[in-house]
Design a protein around this ligand. Structure first.
Ligand code: 0O2
Ligand code: 0O2
Length: 197
């Protein structure tokens, strides 16, 4: 069942990396810094299914992030540029958008999520599969990676003192994004000069 999901992740990675390459050829600022992707490990799929009482035969429809791709950007504006570019594509269909940037999660989590339907050719014919694209800044990614590790360590029940620190850290990360946005043009000009050199 998971084999076509691996195909989806690899294809999406190639396509999104292609966007970055095209900006580089043009010596233009790429809204994409880097891409990562993964197929959700089987134990995580089963755990999510159990927690949400999803019967095994409904997993493909109800667990939307079996295939997951993450697009990491330098600036908050870049996130919306990437969203626009994905909305304009003809090779996938957006099923749902979740803007956890304007409406952050209670944990402090910020990111823009797109749930897409992606047609993949398999040996048994074409199959449309769901995938999740998470789009976030480097600062949001730093926070989410650390929070994810702590969640793992504390099995989802992070002590309240650490939770508060994480919420403060999330605000600090967002402040960093805002401050960097103020000097975005300076940074981009410097990067263009470096690239030409
Ligand atoms: P590039 O050309 O360096 O961007 P693959 O299957 O080989 O394509 P892999 O290694 O399985 O890719 O990719 P994975 O694990 O999904 O994502 C790792 C990619 O993200 C690597 O790039 C890393 O260089 C990049 N990456 C991860 N964390 C960071 C980070 O903090 N900063 C930066 N700049 N890049 C990061 P690739 O795929 O090797 O390609
Ligand atoms: P993984 O692979 O371990 O990251 P919903 O049904 O919409 O309420 P669902 O389906 O869980 O909830 O979707 P949601 O919350 O939109 O996004 C799911 C994924 O977003 C998570 O995947 C995380 O990758 C990421 N995410 C959401 N909230 C947080 C958060 O508070 N902290 C961190 N670090 N990441 C978050 P999984 O399933 O947790 O799996």
């Amino acid at each position: 069942m998971l084999a076509p999901y691996t195909q989806v992740v690899e294809e999406l990675k190639v396509k999104l990396k292609g966007i970055r390459k095209q900006f580089e050829y043009d010596s233009r600022h790429s809204p994409i810094e880097f891409i990562t992707g993964r197929v959700k490990p089987i134990p995580s799929i089963l755990e999510k299914a159990e927690n949400r009482k999803i019967p095994l035969e409904h997993i493909e429809r109800e667990i939307q992030d079996i295939a997951g791709v993450r697009v990491v950007c330098q600036f908050v504006d870049d996130i919306y540029t990437v969203v626009e570019m994905i909305r304009a594509r003809k090779d996938l269909t957006i099923i749902e958008e979740k803007d956890y940037i304007s409406a952050k999660k209670e944990s402090g989590y910020r990111s823009y999520h797109l749930i897409i339907e992606y047609p993949v050719e398999t040996i048994d014919g074409m199959k449309k599969l769901l995938a999740e694209i998470q789009i976030r800044t480097l600062a949001m990614n730093f926070w989410a990676t650390n929070e994810h590790s702590l969640n793992y360590k504390y099995k989802g029940s992070i002590p309240s003192e650490i939770k508060e620190r994480l919420q403060k850290a999330a605000e600090a990360a967002f402040k960093l994004d805002e401050e960097m946005s103020m000097i975005k043009h300076e940074v981009q000009e410097a990067q263009r000069m470096f690239h030409r050199k």
